[in-house]
Design a protein around this ligand. Structure first.
Ligand code: FES
Length: 71
């Protein structure tokens, strides 16, 4: 059972194929363990070794949710 099933059910955030995770899932990891953006891309997301196509969108998403940490 996921920790927060309701949040997952309503998760309509963009999906990052390279991370195999939605932006909301990445956001949850970032909230639990905040990292500077470049490190987040390697640790919380697969963007660092992925295609990189959603990085700009992810940055905006994190800023909008007050979860962006400057490098
Ligand atoms: S889809 Fe997110 S980095 Fe490739």
């Amino acid at each position: 059972m996921p920790a927060n099933p309701q949040a997952l059910e309503q998760d309509d955030s963009p999906y990052c194929c390279c991370s195999a995770a939605t932006f909301n899932e990445i956001l949850e990891k970032q909230r639990a363990n905040p990292l500077p953006f470049m490190e987040l891309l390697m640790v919380h997301a697969g963007c660092g070794s992925g295609c990189g196509s959603c990085i700009e969108e992810l940055e905006v998403f994190l800023r909008d949710h007050d979860a962006y940490v400057e490098d």
